[in-house]
Design a protein around this ligand. Structure first.
Ligand code: THU
Length: 141
C-alpha cells in the first residue's frame, strides 16, 4: 500500500468537510440574493473551520462564505490548509476575489464544489482555479 502523504485528505475528512459546508450554508444570511453558500476549510493539522456568506443592505459590504472561513481560520492561528469544500445550490466555484484570498495561504489546497444534497462534486485546486495569481514574489520592483 502506498504511504499516505501528510497533505492527503482521507475519505472520512472529505465526508466531514462536506457535512460542515452543508451545515454552515444553512446559517448563511442572504436575504437580498437568496443565494446561500457554505465553505469548510481543512487545516494542515486536521481541524475544520467553516464560514457562510453574510449580506448587507449596503450590498457591496457582503462577505462571501470562503472569505468568512479564511478570516475565522487565521484568527484561530491557522494559515495552512489542505482542502476546502464549498456548498451552494448550483455547486459553483469561488468568485475571483475569494480565489485570490485563498491563494495567499495555500494555493495547492484541494477544492471540492458540492450541492446541498447528492454525491456529485467537481474537484480542483486553488492554483488551477487562479492561474497567474498576484503572488508575493511579484511585490518586489
Ligand atoms: N457568494 C459567496 O459566498 N461565495 C462566492 O464565491 C460567490 C458569491 C455569495 C455572495 C452573495 O451573498 C451571494 O453569494 C450572491 O452573490
Amino acid at each position: 500500500m502506498a504511504k499516505r502523504r501528510r497533505t492527503d485528505v482521507t475519505a472520512g475528512q472529505w465526508t466531514r468537510l462536506t457535512g460542515a459546508a452543508r451545515a454552515v450554508r444553512r446559517r448563511a444570511y442572504a436575504p437580498y440574493s437568496g443565494f446561500k453558500v457554505g465553505a469548510a476549510l481543512l487545516t494542515h493539522d486536521g481541524q475544520i473551520v467553516s464560514g457562510c456568506n453574510v449580506e448587507n443592505v449596503s450590498f457591496g459590504l457582503t462577505i462571501c462564505a470562503e472569505r468568512g472561513a479564511i478570516m475565522g481560520a487565521v484568527a484561530r492561528g491557522k494559515r495552512r490548509f489542505r482542502a476546502l469544500v464549498i456548498c451552494s445550490g448550483s455547486g459553483v466555484g469561488p468568485c475571483g476575489a475569494c480565489r485570490q484570498v485563498l491563494a495567499e495561504f495555500s494555493p495547492q489546497m484541494r477544492v471540492r464544489l458540492v450541492r446541498p444534497r447528492g454525491e456529485d462534486f467537481t474537484e480542483s485546486t486553488i492554483a488551477e482555479l487562479l492561474p497567474g495569481r498576484f503572488d508575493k514574489s511579484t511585490l518586489s520592483d
